[in-house]
Design a protein around this ligand. Structure first.
Ligand code: ADP
Ligand code: MG
Length: 347
């Protein structure tokens, strides 16, 4: 155990934000975090939390990646690694996972491009002993339906009308349990950038409803590595799943109806199912409730066994987000305090 890490990342204030008073009272080097209720005076409103790590608003993309880099690298040794970004819309999930703002410089690259660069660099350095094949798969889950990207005549097409795909009960080793999503073998980071660009452009070009939807859907980028040991002839497989979760904000039931309500219910259900699964895994329960959502079903074979899990908990610093932030912290605390508990039982 100890394979689940919970790390918070506090987003900086954005250029347009007028009030720049942070609700975070204290950010410790060792994972301590104190948040203060903007509606209460002084220490009465303080709440403290402890996580594996808390990144301050000044933390760079490079810094955030360097801590997960050893885990990412273990994929080339045959491990399964799942990295999640959890938080309300606008808290920096996509920034951490995918890249910086439009036309991002390499410094602003998020976890996924850095991970790929790392894979290609290491596979090159091991060239005389190993041959690796790296492939990428992109899947989206919206309203408990699975969307996927397919490859037609060297173009990547996003399937905008999401079909309900069957989930294989016995999935390929390390793979996502989505049979129809195509897998692309890639030879360099720029090839992946190209692939993602087409995917992302397709997303942006289509209607506003589609853009809006991206915060209401879970997006999973899976990178598969297959290695062949040239001396022994044995092979290994590892995978890295990068999951940009749907916005965790709660929606006032009294104010929404119809599609928005349905979306909110699906998101709630799948995020709490994810929390339950991580909870069960951390406690080494014999029953892990994967079946309760498409998200956990699809990731099942990548989460069980020796899988390593990182949860980036994204936080907004402003007073108006306080309630959501507290809600996010409580989710994170539940997941990470079980990890602590599990560690105690083991030692
Ligand atoms: P989410 O995916 O959670 O909805 P985004 O990643 O889109 O949130 O972030 C919202 C905005 O904040 C974007 O404009 C993004 O560029 C910016 N942002 C988020 N995190 C950071 C950060 N650490 N440094 C600078 N800008 C950030
Ligand atoms: Mg996003």
């Amino acid at each position: 155990i100890g394979n689940i890490r919970v790390c918070c990342r506090i987003r900086p204030f954005l250029p347009g934000q007028k009030r720049k008073h942070s609700i975070f009272e204290y950010i410790g080097d060792n994972g301590d975090l104190i948040v203060s209720d903007p509606f209460k005076r002084g220490k009465e409103g303080f709440r403290s939390f402890k996580f594996d790590k808390v990144y301050s608003p000044e933390a760079t993309q490079a810094e955030v990646f360097s801590d997960t880099q050893p885990l990412v690298q273990s994929v080339l040794d045959g491990y399964n690694v799942c990295i999640f970004a959890y938080g309300q819309t606008g808290s920096g999930k996509t920034y951490t996972m995918v890249s910086g703002p439009d036309g991002a410089t390499e410094e602003e690259w998020g976890v996924n491009f850095r991970a790929l660069n790392n894979f290609f660099r290491i596979s090159q350095s091991r060239e005389s002993n190993f041959t690796y094949e790296i492939s990428v798969q992109i899947v989206e889950i919206y309203n408990e339906q699975i969307g996927y990207y397919i490859h037609v005549a060297s173009k990547i097409l996003v399937i905008p009308d999401l079909h309900t795909l069957g989930i294989l009960s016995t999935s390929q080793p390390n793979g996502l349990a989505v049979p129809d999503a195509s897998i692309h073998v890639v030879k360099s980071t720029s090839a992946v950038l190209e692939l993602m660009d087409i995917g992302l452009n397709n997303r942006a070009k289509s209607s506003t409803a589609m853009n809006e939807r991206s915060s209401r859907s879970h997006s999973i980028v899976s990178i598969h590595a297959r290695g062949l040991d040239l001396k022994s002839g044995s092979s290994l497989r590892g995978s890295l799943h990068l999951v940009d979760l749907a916005g965790s904000e709660r929606i006032d039931r009294s104010e929404v109806t119809g599609d928005r309500l349905k979306e909110a219910q699906h998101i709630n259900k799948s995020l709490s199912a994810l929390g339950d699964v991580i909870f069960a895994l951390a406690q080494k329960n014999s029953h892990v409730p994967y079946r309760n959502s498409k998200l956990t079903q699809v990731l099942q074979s990548s989460l069980d066994g020796q899988a390593k899990i990182v949860m980036f908990v994204q936080l907004n610093p402003d007073a108006s987000s306080y309630n959501e932030t507290l809600h996010t912290l409580k989710f994170a605390e539940r997941v990470s305090s079980t990890v602590e508990l599990a560690k105690m039982f083991v030692s």
